[in-house]
Ligand binder design. Structure first.
Ligand code: PHE
Length: 454
């Protein structure tokens, strides 16, 4: 087995929190969250989402980090070690890796869209209007495939270098920049006509909007946005130093991720109604539903940058899409790191070979998705919306009944002395054993129930 030093370690607690936050904060917050809100009854979704993040997501995050740090392995190896190689438990990790592969393959396509918007803004800066229009029109085909592959090449380049200090450094500047930019844009959008309708939709819950689809979507979104359920944080936890407090790190990451999603909602929901008022078709007047939730953000934001006017608008557009691409990059790195660490630990490949193998494989699936956008929805449903909460469910069951709480507490003790008897420890043990798995199960059962029309 490799020593810890060979596998790499984060440089400090802040380093780890930054890397994990880098994984969590990405397209999930800025592309997916606002469209889920708009699709699912606005504020009612937001309320359920907050609960899902802190009641289900946070305890699962603690569980993943503890499993990763204890075993210092990839997800498959981690479950193998902790179950003493007995039984099919390693399949939890296998499922996670499969989910990671397919999530990354559609995530790259959307990340490619952000990249093409970066270039589009540059084209606009130089007055190349026709090029701007081409690059800022989202359509399946060669153009999308090129940007998708470019994004994968960037991701592979960084993962080749190992758990890079680069991830930590990039996130350190990225997060404040992203928050600052969102705040300025929120300030601007709220002065526009129609913004208040969006704000009310977002912040004034109407419990009549609650239904099983809303709850199912909110839970899935929490798993996706917090990078949970597939072992990304088992993998990142495997590079975490023993002295660090896992609960504290998890709390910081959950809060940071939630806050950025919340801000993105505060920007996009009003912007959606402003754009609608300006004649851009966003909501179907007959059904009241979004016309295309996958491209919502990309339809709404350029309109906002135009409204800012002239050079300022172009500079803002450019800066925003650069930041979004970087946020996506720190997430694609963590998604790729999961199968790559599996290749290194289990298939005994060198980092270089493992990275190239999975990079090419996933890149190839992503190219297929670039030509066929309907795959985004299918992959999203199976590997994200069903796959991640299912993974989270199995992680809780495994931790509570195979590894046992004693094992988990012993692992956490080094960075959090007295954890087992602390209030946190007592509450967490109830959540991870009963509340989280039961809630996930309940959401699944009621969703299937409703879907079958029972
Ligand atoms: N959390 C990332 C985002 O919000 C996506 C992701 C999911 C990353 C699962 C890793 C694992 O963009």
């Amino acid at each position: 087995m490799q020593t810890t030093q060979e596998r790499g370690l984060w440089s400090s607690k802040l380093g780890f929190v930054l890397a994990a936050a880098g994984s969590a904060v990405g397209l999930g917050n800025i592309w997916k969250f606002p469209s889920e809100v708009a699709d699912n009854g606005g504020a009612a979704f937001l309320v359920v989402y907050i609960l899902c993040c802190f009641i289900v997501g946070f305890p699962v995050m603690v569980a993943e980090l503890a499993i990763g740090r204890k075993t210092r392995r990839n997800p498959v190896g981690a479950f193998k070690v902790l179950s003493g190689g007995k039984g099919p438990w390693f399949l939890i990790g296998g499922w996670g890796i499969l989910c990671g592969i397919f999530i990354l393959s559609f995530y790259l396509v959307v990340a490619g869209w952000t990249l093409s918007f970066v270039v589009a803004e540059i084209a606009k800066m130089f007055g190349a209007e026709a090029l701007y229009t081409t690059l800022s029109t989202i359509s399946p085909g060669v153009k999308t495939a090129i940007f998708t592959v470019l994004f994968m090449v960037g991701t592979v380049g960084i993962v080749l270098g190992g758990v890079a200090a680069g991830i930590e450094r990039a996130t350190k500047t990225l997060m404040p920049a992203l928050i600052g930019m969102l705040l300025v844009m929120i300030g601007f959008v709220l002065t526009r006509d129609g913004a208040m309708t969006g704000l009310t939709e977002y912040l004034k819950p109407d419990l009549g909007d609650l239904n099983t689809t809303v709850i199912f979507s909110a839970m899935a979104q929490a798993f996706f946005s917090l990078s949970l359920g597939m072992g990304a944080l088992i993998t990142y936890g495997s590079y975490l130093d023993e002295k660090e407090s896992i609960p504290e790190a998890a709390a910081l990451v959950t809060t940071a991720d939630f806050s950025i999603a919340f801000l993105a909602g505060l920007l996009i929901m009003p912007a959606m109604y402003v754009a609608q008022g300006a004649g851009i078709e966003i909501i179907n007047p007959d059904t009241g539903a979004l016309i295309n939730s996958d491209t919502l953000v990309f339809a709404v934001l350029p309109q906002l940058f135009d409204a800012m006017g002239g050079l300022i608008g172009v500079i803002f557009g450019f800066a925003f899409f650069v930041l979004l691409s970087m946020a996506a990059l720190t997430s694609t790195i963590s998604l790729l790191e999961v199968p790559v660490s599996f290749g290194i630990d289990e298939l005994k490949l060198e980092r270089r070979k493992s990275t190239l193998l999975f990079g090419i494989l996933i890149g190839a699936i992503a190219v297929v998705v670039s030509f066929n956008f309907s795959l985004i929805g299918h992959f999203d449903l199976i590997f994200n919306q069903i796959g991640l909460p299912l993974g989270g469910f199995m992680i809780c069951i495994f931790l509570a009944y195979v590894w046992t709480l004693r094992g988990a507490f012993t692992e956490m003790e080094s960075g959090y002395p007295g954890v087992a008897t602390s209030t946190f420890g007592k509450v967490w043990s109830v959540f991870v054993r009963f509340i989280c798995p039961l809630l996930i199960l309940l959401v699944f059962i009621t969703t299937v129930w409703t879907a079958l029309g029972l």
